[in-house]
Design a protein around this ligand. Sequence first.
Ligand code: ATP
Ligand code: MG
Length: 726
Amino acid sequence: MKNLDLLKNLNSKQKEVVSEIRKNLLILAGAGSGKTLVLIRRIAWLIYKENCSPKSILAVTFTNKAALELKTRIISLIKNYQNDIWIGTFHSFAYYILRIHYLEAGLTKNFQIIDNSDQKILIKRILKRLSLQNKNYSINNILKHINNFKNNFFDKKENYFYENNLYNIDLSKIYDEYQNYCKITEVIDFNELILCLYKLFLHKPNILQIYQKRFQNILIDEFQDTNDLQYRFISLLYNKFYNTKIVLVGDDDQSIYGWRGAQVKNMHRFLKDFDKVKTILLEQNYRSTSNILEAANKLISHNNIRLKKKLWTHKNNGRLIYIYSALNEFDEARYIAKYIYHNFIKKNIKLNNCAILYRNNSQSRILEEIMLKFCIPYKIYGGIRFFERQEIKDTLSYLRLISNYNDDNSFERIINTPKRGIGDNTLNVIKYISKKYFLTLWKSSIFLLENNQYLNTMSFNSLKKFIILIKFLKNNIKNKKLSIIIKETIINSGLWEMYNKSSLAEKNFSKINNLKELINAANYFTKISLKNENIKNNLLIDFLSQTSLLTDNNDLNNINQETNNYIQMMTIHASKGLEFSEVFIIGMEEGIFPNKISFTNKNINEERRLAYVGITRAKKKLTLTYTKKRYLYGKEINSIPSRFINELPENCVKKVNFLKEKSICFKQNNSLNKEKYFIGQIVYHAIFGKGIILNIEIIKNNIKLQIKFKNAIIKWIMSNYIKSYI
Ligand code: ATP
Ligand code: MG
């Protein structure tokens, strides 16, 4: 691309960012103001205009999804050098460097990354080991402390854990045991990944120097979400002597990871700590219509500690923001489904520019149910994430164990999957030996096979078979393609047969499909893997690590770029940095959004920033929904509309009613003609009189309707007792 083109269509501030001579820059800008766009153009500018080597560029962002977006956008601009520029997340960068310098970092060659769910399993095991399982400690809470401690590693451990109460003393023990366990099982968690790299750079200046020399241009998107450790790590990489220059891009109003230690004050720190930083503000929004932007501005103005940017747009008002008040969560989902049917499916408009966002993953369940009923194609990002599904975890555990015999989590998961006659008793003996001699489960098993006195013949033989199987699987993968390795492991381990046998049951059918998808993912991964001149790639190890890195926020969709004709559903956290023509945000209720926890944490400001992120994802049309009643924690509760709805300017919103159309004809419609009923419909009953449908269920060959009659009587009634409906 010619240099001149790099400034094409940009406003004067954006041009300044792109074409400024090499210096430290802080780009402070609102949502949709072109931050990511100028960052990408700046990278091209550095290469073409400032003659910087593509290898000198390190571009970091916060989530895998954002990193992939960045990569794709850069590739479209700079075709020849795509492999030389380093683009990714903090975690993937740490992984990349630690793979090369594992020895100096005190890691083993095939170290593996564990995700949050593996961490929890480990903590559970440690509680048992320390005989603390009866104390009813919350695993999540312990996990939070372990992670926080690593993020705040600069506070002394003594300060962190020893507030001289029993819980902290136990916590400290658990922490030490946890660290020990990770070491002997050769695994590392997300926070440790960054910490480990930081320590490597801190203690091995000769290694640090290699990367200081190389990465003279550091560019970071979504900087508002960096935590203390990440900040210090960037500071280490910066070296005046090598003329390093840093470009930070961020928006204080979009800081939504405070709960993970992210701190907006890092932006102020940067101004103070680094040399001659030039700040540039971008305030023109190119994404949303004026109504959407005005609403977002008004909402965020309720937060008082802000850097106060004022976003504006040339775009016209556009459509009003719809606010739909639903009877309950089914009605809410149904409203959206009907809307999508009428405005997209019927008109043959592609759905991929349309998203449904929610505060919590669990809200997707009912949406999914209704979308299925309406035959609306959808894709859920997050939720039970692809790599966290049972069949995928089973396969990955086999692969992990053959890569590293000492991976106890994987060992325990698959020792009797598929069933091979190794019950709890045998496992307990293995664990007993493991505890007694401080051996991993694998080594304990070998010990048991060599000292034939602890197990009965049947258990002994079953365990022996298992060990032989794992050794066979390990031998079998030598010099094979990654996708073949995965395919053969699935088959030889017996997993394929196990899932295939029960695949007649519909829910297992998708499991077989997921296993196939995993093989596809391996193919795709092989294709996009960077050739790394510093290490002889072990694709299997890299792939396994990648699957852990991906469970952090996203799912398989992130390494499979195709965009298809489906509506996208995800949490607002996962939608950061993305944009859609049309956005729905559901569950706008007190206690859900803002989340209940934020009431006690006084974190309403962070919730409001999250609402701001959600609203500013929409380009043309935004719909917010809330319910009057909702089932929560096993009972029906009356909900209160979110305060965020009241904080929107009245001139920008429109309250809408339920769509009454009932003549939708569905492909999968069955003879019951269920679709002639809908939630919110008025019906008549001979005895109870007029009522309104609250819920619909099909039981065997009958339709059951939950109806609210006069005097607030609510009853479930078979549809054939309904006299008439409108
Ligand atoms: P977010 O805060 O959500 O991460 P952002 O500031 O990174 O947003 P971008 O995603 O870079 O914003 O840009 C938002 C949209 O505006 C994109 O569709 C981009 O192509 C468009 N855009 C940015 N600058 C211009 C411009 N000068 N002319 C036309 N379109 C622009
Ligand atoms: Mg962006």
